[in-house]
Design a protein around this ligand. Structure first.
Ligand SMILES: [Zn+2]
Ligand SMILES: [Zn+2]
Length: 69
């Protein structure tokens, strides 16, 4: 089955593969070889598997700043 056209995600690059999950026709940039899915699906899967950990606020630890008089 040959496909022609442009990636359904970016709409600019040539289609190279079709997603094995949602069936989108995507370019190499938006296709993840290791999954066989489009980047959209990979992001969804990863998001579902790994609960987004709340990043701790990275405050500057500059110690105690005492006022000089
Ligand atoms: Zn693309
Ligand atoms: Zn997909």
């Amino acid at each position: 089955m040959s496909v022609s056209g442009t990636c359904q995600l970016c709409g600019t690059r040539e289609i190279t593969d079709d997603c094995g999950r949602c069936g989108k026709l995507v370019c190499a940039t938006h296709y993840d070889d290791s999954f066989g899915y489009c980047t959209n699906c990979v992001t969804e899967i990863r998001g579902a598997k790994e609960p987004t950990s709340t990043p701790e606020e990275d405050e500057f630890s500059d110690g105690v700043d005492t006022f000089r008089s």
